[in-house]
Write a new protein. Structure first.
Length: 528
């Protein structure tokens, strides 16, 4: 394999890097996978299968929350505040002053969690129908949200709110029987934080280094000794490239292992594919070895990767699609992760409506997927008024229609209607999510799920004539359904009048419209 210039310079600097190891702390000392069935070899993970509880769960809520939320200016603030000329750079300059004087480290005290009540919030999330919950473990900013052994200065117990955020979230979730997950975005951090090692190129502070160059803060911004002199500049083109030296990859493994061992999550999300070869594979093995087991001895835990080759046929891990929805049924359970607005809290951000969230949930579940929805929290830890309204809207709908969502499986086809005929194009050469390109669902769009012999047909709006028409149930159609004998709307116990023949199923929706009818109604169909 050809050695790149960057790799060559790393090898030349190996002695210096080894000498600097002491300055990198205990985080660089080797730890290993807890002994068990799985190891850091890819082949050892291939016997893993996705547990049934995850296929039943369907809906999770995520609190994408940390010091970057405290500023209230959206996602990637810790990086973009150093990107000269960017909107967040200008925002920082105006609000806090020049980056060479006030860096990211100086903002962490703003992350207070002063109104955070995990017990109350978990009650709300449970009422909204969440069967699992995700806490931020560590984002690209390298700030650990637990009492971290390997990041002793920059964690939520030592600084900021001075609370074990992960531990308190976990306790609140488990008290209510909600599965608990953590997300790690640390694998991208080493090169993602490169802008903090630069300086202004113009203006009164031109050439004055940002605080990422200060060795006193290398435990936050990373130690670039041993890297090429122009590393911080050349790496800017690919902030998610996961370009890092081996000593740092070991730190990565140690920290994620510590997170797993301390908090025993049911689910672990990584922001990309399984990173760093054996170091990343080791975190997967750790999760499977130390977590609960199914009655059949399989791991009861779930690891998410965004790389299809990691999770072929549901082996090794579970596929996650960021802000994207599959176009058809996948035989293996999968997940979409998305947000009502920006990933980190932004004042004035435009949010998805409850209708948009439910459209996504129903479409995803009809294709054998789960939805993980981020509701970002501000510095205080208390959702804003609009976020509460969105939660209320989701709650009202799932309370009535959840029977057709949870513990269901796909039907023969996922749905019908105009939305199924739309061809969505994406660019495979870059991150190009499709959720914003998908049409809104209406009363002529139908999605299907099943539970045993029962079929659920979700009509995604109230038909103008009060008649739901479902062509996929045509008696002489390709799906060859049995004859319907009973049709009822979830939330109403009275049987509905219907006609079932060779052209489909036509159901007369009677009575008062449900309060959530504009979002969609669910019909329970039982057959002869």
């Amino acid at each position: 394999m050809k050695t790149t210039r960057r790799q060559a310079l790393r090898m030349m600097g190996g002695v210096a890097a080894a000498g600097a190891l002491a300055t990198r702390g205990v985080g660089a000392l080797a730890q290993s996978v807890t002994p068990g069935r799985f190891t850091d070899a890819r082949a050892s993970l291939e016997s893993y299968r996705i547990p049934e509880w995850f296929a039943d769960a369907k809906f999770g809520i995520w609190a994408h929350w940390g010091p970057q939320s405290a500023v209230g200016d959206g996602d990637w603030y810790a990086r973009n505040m150093y990107m000269e000329g960017s909107p967040q750079y200008e925002y920082h300059l105006k609000r806090f002053g020049p980056q060479s004087k006030v860096g990211y480290k100086d903002l962490i005290h703003l992350f207070t969690a002063s109104e955070w009540d995990p017990e109350h919030l978990m009650d709300l999330y449970q009422k909204a129908g969440a069967k699992y919950f995700f806490s931020m473990g560590v984002h690209h900013d390298g700030y650990d949200m637990w009492d971290s052994k390997y990041q002793p200065r920059w964690n939520a117990v030592a600084s900021g709110p001075k609370k074990d955020i992960v531990g308190l979230w976990a306790a609140a979730a488990r008290k209510r029987g909600i599965r608990f997950g953590v997300s790690e975005h640390l694998s991208n951090s080493f090169d993602w934080f490169a802008p903090s090692h630069l300086a202004d190129t113009k203006g009164p502070y031109a050439g004055v280094p940002y605080d990422g160059q200060d060795k006193a803060y290398a435990d936050l911004y990373h130690d670039y000794s041993g890297e090429p002199a122009d590393f911080a500049k050349t790496i800017l083109k690919d902030p998610m490239g996961r370009d890092a030296p081996d000593w740092w990859k070991q730190q990565y493994f140690n920290r994620v292992k510590d997170l797993i061992d301390q908090h025993q999550p049911d689910l672990l999300y990584t922001d990309g594919g399984i990173p760093f070869d054996q170091y990343g594979l080791g975190t997967v093995a750790e999760l499977y070895n130390v977590g609960p087991k199914t009655p059949h001895g399989q791991p009861g835990t779930v690891y998410f990767s965004k790389t299809e080759s990691d999770c072929i046929n549901g082996a090794s891990c579970t596929m996650d699609h960021e802000r994207s929805v599959l176009g058809d049924i996948d035989p293996n359970p999968w997940q979409t992760d998305t947000c009502i607005g920006q990933w980190h809290y932004k004042l004035g951000a435009k949010y998805k409506s409850p209708k948009k969230v439910i459209d996504m949930l129903v479409d995803i579940v009809s294709k054998n997927g789960n939805l993980m929805l981020n509701i970002p929290l501000p510095a205080t830890g208390m959702p804003d008024a609009e976020e509460f309204k969105i939660l209320e809207g989701i709650t009202a709908w799932t309370r009535t229609n959840g029977e057709g969502i949870y513990a269901t499986r796909p039907w023969k086809v996922y749905g019908e209607g105009p939305s199924t005929k739309v061809v969505i194009k994406t660019d495979p050469t870059k991150f190009d999510p499709n959720e914003g390109k998908k049409p809104d669902l209406g009363a002529t769009d139908v999605r299907f799920t099943t539970k045993g012999e029962t079929l659920y047909a979700f009509v995604m709006g109230w038909p103008e004539d009060g008649v739901a028409k479902i062509a996929s149930l045509a008696l002489d159609g390709p799906q060859k359904p049995m004859k319907a004998m009973d049709v009822r709307m979830l939330g109403q116990e009275e049987p509905l009048k219907f006609v079932h023949d060779g052209s489909g199923l036509r159901v007369t929706l009677k009575g008062e419209k449900p309060a959530t009818a504009a979002i969609g109604v669910a019909l329970r169909v039982r057959f002869v």
